[in-house]
Design a protein. Sequence first.
Length: 272
Amino acid sequence: MFKKGMIFSLVLAALMLTACGDSSSSSSAESTSGASSSASSAAESKADAKSYKTDEGMYADFSEGMPSFAECSSGWTNGSMFNVFWRSENCTFNDGKMQLVIDNDPRQEKGIPYSGGEFRTKDFYSYGRYEASIKAIKNKGVVTSLFTYTGPSDNNPWDEIDIEILGKDTTKVQFNYFTDSKGNHEHMHDLGFDASEDFHTYAFEWHKDKIVWFIDDVEVYSVTENLPSTPSKIMANVWAGKGVDGWLEKFDDSNLPLTAEYQWVKFTPFNE
């Protein structure tokens, strides 16, 4: 009995020492993990899992919803030719994608009858490659877009670079840009497919000396004169027009709600 008791005591002591050792290792690992997590969160590089924003760029993966470094516009209208009021509820996330929606707006603030959806980053971005996977709206009088923008509301000159798919003919895409509010650089490009039927990648590269647009990674158009230079927010929206029937055709509201889908938006910076 004595020997058995000794053996039991020795085994129990060994188990307690092992447990203490494991606890120490676990505490150290938790401390390291906590420091790593804190640094990652500060950089916003891992806070959204697949989505990230680091010195190496920005990637919004909408299978995870809205990333922390972006937001849905809500509570105002651009006015002028924009016949929509931006509403956060018009920016939804389902089936691994972001939906931007045009719909009737029961509030009709400022007499505007429709609501629209708009995605925007919180920070400003400069020279680099901007791209998104988009399935556009097919409907007269609407626009589905990806663009960079800054202007007087940011205490900046109006600089903008556009990719706009007009719902009246989704076999084409329009490119445009503004430098200190000067536009009129529209260019229509035949896509060779219907942008409302499937997802395609739309992109532009913003350089100091040129802007180059791409469709499914193929270069299709470029410009080199009077280029924008002000860091801008990355944006995407859908909207119904008014007073621009010659451009968009008269808005057909018989099929509301209208929905465009985005799988992701990405920015890769250039060292320029």
